[in-house]
Design a protein around this ligand. Sequence first.
Ligand code: T46
Length: 137
Amino acid sequence: MSAKLMRLRSNEDQRGALIALEGEPGREIPFNIKRVYYIFNTKPDERRGCHAHRRLQQLLVAVSGRCSVLVDDGVTKEEFRLDDPRLGLYMGPGNWRELYSFTPDCVLLVLASEHYDEDDYIRDYEAFRASAREVSR
Ligand code: T46
């Protein structure tokens, strides 16, 4: 599965903490960052995502609050809990994702490798399963 939790390097001193994210292939964030967005005010009983991407790579960080992410590569499913701004969830292409259990204070920062492109989305789960089977052949 091309999704993994990463511990981000935090510069901590008596004033508090600072995390810097630099993106480039071969670096800690393994892609050039073309887009940044953040998600907040999501109701605790709402689900977000529920789609896959053909090419997009992303890093998700709950900079405040908490949420859960279910990642499904068509074979394996894994649940990740984002509950610390020092944790980043890297997701490569070809992963179905569902986000839920947002706390009211959750601000989810997302760094993305591509500009927004609706054609990159696979929104139908069966179509996603079929494309995952195709890739694994
Ligand atoms: C993902 C999860 C974590 C834009 O105009 N530009 C953008 O860059 C994005 C991401 C969205 N939008 C618009 C499109 C929709 O009208 O914002 C609206 C809400 O987007 P969406 O329903 O796709 O939001 P989520 O939270 O379901 O999914 C988003 C990302 O789309 C997705 O790539 O992995 O966050």
